[in-house]
Design a protein around this ligand. Structure first.
Ligand SMILES: NC(=O)c1ccc[n+]([C@@H]2O[C@H](COP(=O)([O-])OP(=O)(O)OC[C@H]3O[C@@H](n4cnc5c(N)ncnc54)[C@H](OP(=O)(O)O)[C@@H]3O)[C@@H](O)[C@H]2O)c1
Length: 248
């Protein structure tokens, strides 16, 4: 009898790094649940692309992870969609500066909830499914979880929480489920208006050992590796061109 294809839920998967993670996992045989919040057109185009390769191998799920009821709903829909979950990739993330003195509770809620609370409760609600299938969780963290990004205190705090969540849930979900993280360095610059100037971009790249930005494929390869690394749990892999080691 043919082996049933595993199912991966990738959050924030409509575009950029999440879309490349989804494509990579799909290429490796996973059925993919593409979660998106607002980017419906991109999500739908990607789903069509993947379904053209294998019929009904990709489905869309919409949710704003800031809203707890939508997180709960997403977990239910994800479980019911293909009837199993083998891999959860917590990739969705809000990212914008929050200067300390002007920061407010709305910013706190959106950054903490999109980067940390949503990921935590998806793990909690999908834990039974993941255990049943000896599954895995992979969290997209950031090298700035360890060294705060100036001007981005709430984001840095959220990612530090996600890093500790990776270690903590590796203990909570062992031995059935492995939980790991990938901590990207500079990969894709933010698209927001507050985007970083070319000179600032170069200054950041100059502070990596490899002297260049990485690609979404570098991150997706690390995710795919951790997804099938049976003796690795509770680890965070920096994929940062040596930025976290740079010292001069
Ligand atoms: N880009 C980099 O160089 C870099 C560096 C370090 C770490 N990372 C981490 O790697 C991951 C991917 O990076 P990226 O730059 O590709 O991410 P991104 O484009 O900034 O965000 C990915 C997706 O997150 C979704 N999202 C944001 N807030 C949400 C919410 N409240 N509810 C649900 N979804 C929400 C958005 O979905 P919609 O578009 O559908 O609304 C967005 O497309 C992130 O976790 C990021 O923190 C990236």
């Amino acid at each position: 009898m043919a082996e049933v294809a595993k199912v991966a839920l990738v959050t924030g998967a409509a575009q950029r790094i999440g879309a490349v993670i989804a494509r990579t996992l799909h290429y490796q045989g996973y059925r993919v649940l593409l979660h998106y919040r607002r980017s419906f057109a991109c999500a739908e185009a990607l789903a069509q692309e993947l379904n053209a390769i294998r019929t009904d191998s990709c489905r869309l799920l919409q949710a704003d992870l800031e809203q707890m009821d939508q997180v709960e709903q997403l977990a239910v829909e994800a479980t019911n969609s293909f009837g199993r979950i083998d891999l959860l990739v917590n990739n969705a993330s809000d990212f914008y500066p929050t200067p300390l003195e002007s920061s407010d509770q709305q910013q706190w809620d959106s950054l903490i909830n999109s980067n940390l609370r949503g990921a935590y409760f998806l793990c909690a609600r999908l834990a039974d499914q993941l255990k049943q299938h000896n599954g895995a969780v992979i969290n997209l963290i950031d090298i700035h979880a360890q060294r705060a990004l100036p001007g981005y205190p709430i984001y840095s705090i959220a990612k530090a929480g996600l890093q500790m969540m990776t270690l903590s849930l590796a203990k909570e979900l062992a031995p059935e489920v492995r939980v790991n993280g990938v901590a990207p360095g500079p990969i894709l610059w933010p698209e927001a208006a507050a985007a970083i100037s070319p000179a600032e971009q170069q200054a950041i790249l100059d502070k990596t050992l490899l002297g260049r930005a990485g690609t979404p494929e570098d991150i997706a390869s690390a995710v795919a590796f951790l997804a099938r690394a049976p003796f690795i749990t509770g680890q965070v892999l920096a994929v940062d061109g040596g930025k976290s080691l740079y010292s001069h």
